[in-house]
Ligand binder design. Structure first.
Ligand code: HEC
Length: 199
């Protein structure tokens, strides 16, 4: 994860979210980190080092923290503006999502549910909880998560292209609109698309 990404992630998901994710019974982030993946590693705290190094001590920690938050907000805003695209900008096609639905039914539905609502053991892949788990990460982070670790017994069973199609299907199921161009299966273009829970 580039430094800028982790800044944005920390800004968007927030420390409270990080706690929430950590305390989930399913622990998606922890288990993924264990599996050696590249995806949403635990967001690092933006406060510890910079505040200790250059925070105006005399003004007190609260002011320093407020200034830091303001700076982060500006930085995050600038990055989002520069990257431009989010999952709400029509980043897959309807045809791709249709293919993805087929691949999903074969490789994922037994655990995550035919309607992506989750099962006894596996979390849902559509809905508010899922969307906020990934809020502020990139489409690449999410892609890498399922590329590296799903299905759990044999991730290589499903091709890279099929996984991009499945991701398109997941975006559709989360209410994100289709567009004119397919979602890529390469890390570069996926990294330029931000996942936001809401438009
Ligand atoms: C054998 C059951 C099983 C199958 C099949 C399976 N998964 Fe999973 N999946 C899980 C479990 C259990 C978790 C949560 C624990 C973990 O991370 O391993 C999970 C977690 C996930 C997550 C993270 C969810 C979150 O909110 O962070 C995603 C994304 C995901 N799976 C996608 C897929 C996709 C796409 C497929 C099909 C290619 C698939 N899974 C197939 C069991 C399964």
């Amino acid at each position: 994860m580039r430094p800028v990404d982790s800044l944005v992630s920390a800004r968007w998901s927030g420390l409270a979210d990080a706690e929430r994710v950590r305390s989930n019974s399913v622990k998606p982030i922890d288990s993924f980190a264990r599996s050696g993946g590249v995806g949403p590693l635990r967001p690092s705290s933006p406060f510890s080092s910079p505040a200790q190094r250059c925070g105006p001590r005399a003004a007190g920690g609260r002011l320093a923290a407020a200034l830091l938050m303001a700076g982060l907000a500006v930085a995050a805003g600038a990055v989002v503006a520069a990257q431009g695209r989010t999952v709400w900008d029509g980043v897959y096609t309807a045809e791709q999502a249709r293919r993805g639905a087929e691949a999903y039914a074969q490789a994922c539905a037994e655990c995550h549910g035919a309607d992506l609502g989750g099962g006894d053991m596996a979390p849902g892949l559509a809905g508010v909880q899922f969307a906020y788990n990934w809020h502020g990460f990139s489409a690449r982070d999410l892609f890498e998560r399922l590329r590296v670790s799903m299905p759990p017994d044999q991730p290589n069973r499903v091709s890279r292209q099929d996984k991009a199609d499945i991701l398109a299907f997941m975006l559709e199921a989360n209410g994100m609109p289709a567009g004119d161009a397919e979602l890529a299966s390469r890390a570069g273009p996926l990294g330029a698309i931000q996942f936001l829970a809401e438009p």
